[in-house]
Write a protein that binds this ligand. Structure first.
Ligand SMILES: C[S@@+](CC[C@H](N)C(=O)[O-])C[C@H]1O[C@@H](n2cnc3c(N)ncnc32)[C@H](O)[C@@H]1O
Length: 429
């Protein structure tokens, strides 16, 4: 893609179109593209990078709505750059309520800068002017973007269509920033303490500028993602294995409780982030690169297994996922989780605790996994006492543990979808 050199909103919008094209046309994950040395945001000033990312994620939350708005104005599908620039501009006009002249002028400038698109700049100008006049009125009546068919069908079977519609409504919203705090909560303007103890900040901004960030008082962690380690309840001096640990939110929680944490993960790159997090928060853990299916150690007092999964519970934070993941991804993950659970039991001492969680909305990666595990291992039982805490909402409970959904706490900004189960191994086989 051509680089647009100036450092301003134009560069950010051009880069955002590049991000959209990589996700929607090339089916690449945003996390991969954002880190790519020659990717669309490489070389941009930090503020422009942040803006490009924000524009792209807001557009990804509203692609279907933007297409609905554009539909009457397009006789045929334009080339990817033009289509994605139109989508982005519609979202800026209708969702962000950005000033029409800035959005339209930038779009026309970007169209004219590229030889291939210059001839369509008049069309883009005309369409966006119409949308600027009429789009905002129709925008609120366009329903929230639907999940992909394969996922939607499975979620309707699991939770019903009303719940799925509520989940989709939450997916359309920009999520708040949640933080887990070590010790006393820093005074951050506008933050609220959630019933589970996490701190929530509705206004997104630069996290590293917040008070307490550089001194390591908190780390960013969705409120739902903070619950598994709280259920595990690691205590001072206990030997705990965080079996799939990186980038380390749960390791930090358990280390800050005083446990001797072994943080195991297969990815060196992700463990580098875990080490940075430990350094910033002045916490310690034994960091080990290894395959959780083969690694031997312990026995541990407790194991936390936050297994690789479809990540279908994190779509509100990662709106690129529905465009990139397909249904064929799921079966090998279910197998991997099963094998990891079996191995986790080998590493656990008799009487030890196991917490299993996935950031998935699919029962195959949660409830069904636990049903099968308990059937395979009669010496393992649900740890109901661990799941009785009064800060847990009764609406989250299922027979196998906790089922957290994005539409819970919708009025507060929702939460990531998670399945969590606390279990205990018998003292004797
Ligand atoms: C859901 S993420 C873990 C998030 C982490 N627990 C946290 O709270 O920050 C799953 C992790 O599993 C790791 N992983 C995948 N396959 C693995 C394997 N065979 N052995 C160990 N780790 C693995 C991935 O690298 C990834 O970091």
């Amino acid at each position: 893609m051509n680089r647009v050199p100036s450092s301003d909103a134009t560069s950010a919008r051009h880069a955002a179109v590049g991000l959209l094209t990589a996700v929607l046309e090339d089916r690449q994950l945003l996390s991969t593209i954002l880190d790519a040395p020659n990717g669309p945001i490489a070389g941009l000033a930090p503020a422009d990078r942040a803006r490009a990312q924000r524009l792209a994620t807001t557009t990804l939350r509203n692609v279907a709505r933007a297409d609905k708005c554009l539909g009457p104005h397009l006789r045929k599908t334009p080339p990817p750059y033009v289509r994605n620039l139109l989508r982005l501009s519609v979202v800026e006009l209708c969702e962000d309520k950005a000033a029409a002249h800035g959005v339209v002028d930038t779009a026309v400038t970007l169209m004219r800068r590229r030889r291939k698109t210059a001839r369509m700049s008049g069309m883009v100008n005309a369409i966006l002017r119409k949308v600027a006049l009429e789009g905002s009125d129709m925008w609120p009546s366009i329903p929230a973007q639907r999940l992909p068919k394969w996922l939607r069908g499975r979620l309707i079977s699991a939770y019903g269509s009303d719940v799925v519609a509520r989940i989709e409504a939450v997916h359309a919203m920009t999520p708040p920033i949640d933080m887990t705090v070590k010790g006393e909560a820093p005074a951050i303007e506008g933050s609220v303490v959630l019933p589970t103890g996490s701190l929530r900040l509705a206004q997104a901004g630069k996290v590293s500028d917040l008070p307490g960030y550089s001194s390591g008082t908190f780390w960013v962690q969705d409120a739902a993602a903070a619950i598994p380690a709280r259920l595990l309840g690691a205590e001072t001096g206990e030997a705990v294995l965080d079996m799939c640990a990186a980038p380390g939110g749960k390791t930090l929680q358990m280390a800050s409780a005083g446990a001797q944490v072994t943080a195991l993960d297969i990815s060196d790159k992700r463990l580098a982030r875990l080490k940075e997090n430990l350094q910033r928060t002045k916490l310690s853990a034994d960091v080990v690169t290894g395959d959780a299916l083969e690694w031997r150690g312990g026995p541990f007092d407790a194991v936390l297994l936050d297994a690789p999964c479809s990540a279908t519970g994190t779509i509100r934070r990662h709106p690129d996922l529905p465009f990139v993941k397909s249904k064929v991804d799921i079966r090998p993950l279910v197998e991997l989780q099963r094998a990891m659970l079996n191995h986790a039991l080998n590493l656990l001492r008799p009487g030890g605790r196991l917490v299993f969680c996935t950031c998935s909305l699919l029962p195959e990666e949660g409830e069904a996994q636990i049903d099968e595990l308990l059937a395979r291992h009669p010496n393992l039982k649900p740890d109901y006492a661990a799941m009785q805490a009064d800060w847990l909402d009764d609406a989250w409970r299922v027979p196998q543990g906790l089922r957290l959904r994005p539409d819970f706490w919708a009025d507060l900004g929702g939460m990531d979808g998670f399945f969590i189960s606390a279990l205990r191994k018998a003292e004797s086989p």
